[in-house]
Structure formats: structure tokens, C-alpha cells
Design a protein around this ligand. Structure first.
Ligand code: ACM
Ligand code: ZN
Length: 484
């Protein structure tokens, strides 16, 4: 049967008759009803029949998604609508995209375009990476040096690209709240990330006393992983972090706050008398366990304030992580995330090799992204519901402007959106490519120009050549400096 031109593809469609012309539509006779007969608040039923459109939804989000589906049905240029019954709800409750605004900042008007596109695709989370080694991007009034000093770096040395130009800036609370409001209208939750205890060089440059050595360091200009992290054995660290989180929570009403927990080298903790004393006092075995304790302490603080923590999968290395911390799997070679889900923990799936859109199509073709299924190998049948969803990130070391950003993220974001929404048995990679080609003008209408179709799935020769060229362009010794 001919498929409809909708992304993500609905989960149940029944044809009711011949297409009708838009002129025949009885707009006054059309209805939208919220009903508890539809259990999922994101679920909806859309019936186009006898010249009328009837929408029933489990909640406001479901009604919003029904209208998005209707818009796509009406958008294919021939001014007709198919007569159909669509019953639809998402495969996963969490369908996110992540924006790194540290390495390069995206103008807020462009962030809004990304939100518009995500909403069309029924995504419901913007995970906003706002702090890292190369800059602090969120206004914090209680500790003003975080932006006064931490928001600016003296240059940018990312891979083989070098600039000596000062780079920086930050988003004010007012601007951030404006994005939260914008997203709320489109049923997207903004989850901010304050990455800790690693990836904290910008904060340490502002307040050196929160690091193990207490020495003045500069906001990083290089990409990579760096040894100076937050001192776990210093009360001042938690004082500042909790003040920051208080202000973060006042801006972002999200149920979850992301606290990072990735790529934290343990070199400084091994040398630090305060961290070593704490390990002894707490009866911990090593620095990995200290990280587990650190993340749990911050998660406890969030819990006491009615919020829940998300952490990248490295925080599982300790074996101590609280079960109500949502774990984001991105690079988990030892499959700790699978064990965590099998023991009742919840995970978000963001596999580096499939969902990281800062890597070229040569390495991660559209079809590879599309075909990935989030229920990881090893997850037991009874624990499948612990995979709460998917998220696709864009890191911006090598993404300097919005044109390039759009090329990298679209159509791959759409592939992840469809995986998050459409049941595996309704997915079809060939048909997705067909529908995607028709979806491009809708993205262009909101100011997003995706990669051209010839770039989506390069042949094996191009894949090899472009992947090698990309890695030669980005790799430097700095990338792994100090990581152990
Ligand atoms: C990550 O990519 N460091 C989470
Ligand atoms: Zn320390």
C-alpha cells in the first residue's frame, strides 16, 4: 500500500476512501477533543472523513502532535487530503536532541529554528549542554565570575583549525527563560546540563579554589579531555555547585537536570590529599567510587528539590549510582548500561557510532542512524520499558556556523525522531528516505537547509576517504591529554 508522507511515520493508518480537496473541508465542523479514553497523553486519533477532521487526544501534547500530522498531510503540494483514520502514540516517552553551546554558540533565533523542526518531528526534549572546559554559557548571579571569566576563551584550537581570536558569550536568564517558554508551547522540555566533576575547566578558571590544586588556570582553547576537575574533598565545591543548581532550577522547570559525569580523569583526585582523605573516611575503594559518591550527592540535592538527575554512562563505572538517576548511554563498551537497565534503572540511548551528528555522513550515514534500534543487546524482555528513549547530540567543536549545523543534523535528527516515535515493525529505511526527500521543503520553510540527498548515504569508497580526511582534520595529541 502506498505510504503517507509523514515523519515520524504513524503507528496505525486505515484508509477510509478517496482523497478530498482542501476546499471541501468543513473547518467549522471539525473537532478537537481531549479524552481519557486515550491513555497516553502524547497519543492521538485523527480521522479525516466526510469533509471533516476529528481529533481526539490523550492530552494537549497528543492534540499538538495530531495537528503536526495534519499539517504534513496537507503539505504535499496537491491541495488534497487523504481520508484516513490514524491512531498514534510514541514508541518511547523520551525523544531528544542535544545542543552543545559551549564550543560554539548558536544564535537564539537559530535555536528556535531547531526547536520548530524538532516539534514537527514530535521530539519532546532539548538537552542543552551549557557548561564545559571551553566556556560557561549560563548567567549565574550568585557567582558572577562564572560568566565574567568563565564565558571567554583566548582562542580556539580544535583539531587542525586554529584561531587566536577571543571567543565567548553566554545566555542571560531572560534569554534562557524565553527558550523554555518557546519550547513549552511546542511540548518540548528543556533539560539543562551542568557537566561535572569533569569538563569543568571554565568554572575552575573562574573559581580556582574548587579544583584539587587550587591554581589559576585558563578557560580551555583546545578540544579534548583535561585533568583539572572539581575537587570532591572540598566543601566549597558543593557550596558553589548547589548555588548554581538553585539558579538553574529557577530557570528550567524540567523534571530532569543533567549533571554530566562523563570523561572525568582521576589523576588530580589520586594526588589530592583532601580527595584521598575523603575516600578513606567514606570507606571507598578508589576514585571511581568517589565519582559515584559525588554524582549521588548532587543527585540527592536535586531530589530534595523535587528534581531528578541524568548522568552520562561513565558514572556507572563506580557501581554505586542511585537507581533513580537516569543514565544516558553514549559509549559503554562494558555494557554497564545494559546491566543497569536489567536491574531496574532507566536509560536514554545515544550511541556514539550511530547518533553523534557531529561526525560526517561518511562515518555515520543516514541509514546507519535510522536502522539503529534502542533496545540494546542483552536487555531482558521484562526490562525493555527501562529504555525510556533516544537522544541525538550535536557537539560543536567542528561546527562553527548554523549552515554547517543544519547540514550535520538534518536529516539525521529526523531518523532518530522516527526511531523514537515509530514502532520498529512500522519502520522502513527505503520509505524513510523517500519521505525525507519530500520533508526537505518543510525544513527549508523554517530556515533549516539539510544535507543534500547525495550526501545522506555515501558509497563505501567515499565513506572511507571522507572518514580518514575528517579524522586527520580533527585529531591532535591534545585530545587525550591527561586522560587516564
Ligand atoms: C560525551 O560525548 N562526552 C558524552
Ligand atoms: Zn581534591
Amino acid at each position: 500500500m502506498e505510504t503517507l508522507n509523514i515523519i515520524p511515520y504513524p503507528n496505525y493508518i486505515k484508509r477510509l476512501g478517496a482523497d478530498i480537496s482542501s476546499d471541501e473541508l468543513n473547518v467549522a465542523g471539525s473537532t478537537i477533543t481531549i479524552t481519557d479514553e486515550i491513555v497516553n497523553p502524547e497519543g492521538y486519533e485523527l480521522i479525516i472523513e466526510n469533509g471533516r477532521v476529528q481529533i481526539s487526544a490523550g492530552g494537549p501534547a497528543g492534540a499538538f502532535y495530531a495537528k503536526e500530522t495534519l499539517k504534513q498531510l496537507a503539505a504535499d503540494g496537491d491541495s488534497t487530503l487523504p481520508c484516513v483514520e490514524i491512531r498514534d502514540e510514541p514508541a518511547y516517552p523520551y525523544r531528544g536532541f542535544m545542543l552543545d553551546s559551549v564550543r560554539h554558540m548558536t544564535a537564539l533565533d537559530d535555536v528556535k529554528k531547531m526547536i520548530d523542526a524538532a516539534a514537527m518531528l514530535k521530539m519532546n526534549v532539548l538537552h542543552w549542554h551549557l557548561t564545559d572546559d571551553q566556556g560557561w554559557r549560563i548567567e549565574i548571579k550568585s557567582h558572577p565570575e562564572l560568566v565574567n571569566k568563565g564565558a571567554y576563551r583566548s582562542g580556539s584550537h580544535f583539531g587542525k583549525i586554529h584561531s587566536e581570536e577571543r571567543y565567548g558569550g553566554y545566555y542571560t536568564k531572560h534569554e534562557l527563560r524565553d527558550i523554555v517558554d518557546y519550547c513549552a508551547k511546542k511540548h518540548i522540555e528543556v533539560i539543562p546540563e551542568i557537566d561535572m566533576p569533569g569538563h569543568m575547566v571554565a568554572a575552575i578558571a573562574a573559581y580556582p579554589e574548587i579544583s584539587c590544586r587550587g591554581e589559576q588556570i585558563a578557560v580551555e582553547t583546545r578540544q579534548g579531555i583535561f585533568p583539572d576537575i572539581l575537587c570532591a574533598g572540598n566543601d566549597k565545591t558543593f557550596e558553589i555547585i548547589f548555588d548554581v543548581l538553585d539558579e538553574v532550577m529557577a530557570i528550567f522547570p524540567s523534571k530532569y537536570i543533567h549533571i554530566g559525569g562523563d570523561e572525568a580523569p582521576k589523576k588530580r583526585w589520586k594526588e589530592c590529599p583532601r580527595c584521598q582523605r575523603l575516600i578513606e573516611d567514606l570507606g571507598l575503594n578508589d576514585e571511581e567510587e568517589l565519582q559515584g559518591w559525588f554524582v549521588n550527592r548532587v543527585a540527592d540535592f536535586l531530589r530534595a528539590n523535587g528534581r531528578q538527575a541524568i548522568a552520562w554512562n561513565e558514572s556507572l563505572n563506580s557501581g554505586l549510582l542511585g537507581n533513580d538517576i537516569l543514565v544516558q548511554m553514549w559509549m559503554d563498551k562494558k555494557k554497564r548500561s545494559v546491566d543497569f537497565a536489567n536491574q531496574g534503572g532507566k536509560i536514554i540511548v545515544s550511541p556514539f557510532y550511530h547518533y553523534y551528528t557531529d561526525y560526517p555522513y561518511a562515518m555515520t550515514p543516514l541509514n546507519k542512524t535510522y536502522k539503529f534500534e534502542p533496545v540494546l543487546k542483552g536487555i531482558k524482555d521484562g526490562c525493555v520499558q527501562n529504555v525510556v528513549g533516544v537522544e541525538t547530540p550535536i557537539w560543536t567543536e567542528h561546527v562553527r556556523d548554523f549552515k554547517q549545523m543544519c547540514f550535520m543534523i538534518y536529516p539525521r535528527f529526523a531518523a532518530v525522531a522516527e526511531t523514537g516515535w515509530t514502532q520498529e515493525y512500522n519502520k522502513d529505511v527505503g520509505d524513510f528516505n523517500r519521505r525525507m526527500a519530500l520533508f526537505v521543503p518543510l525544513l527549508e520553510e523554517i530556515g533549516i537547509t539539510p544535507a543534500n540527498e547525495s550526501a545522506w548515504n555515501p558509497n563505501i569508497f567515499k565513506r572511507l576517504a571522507h572518514t580518514i580526511r575528517f579524522f586527520l582534520g580533527i585529531t591532535t595529541k591534545d585530545m587525550i591529554k591527561g586522560y587516564d
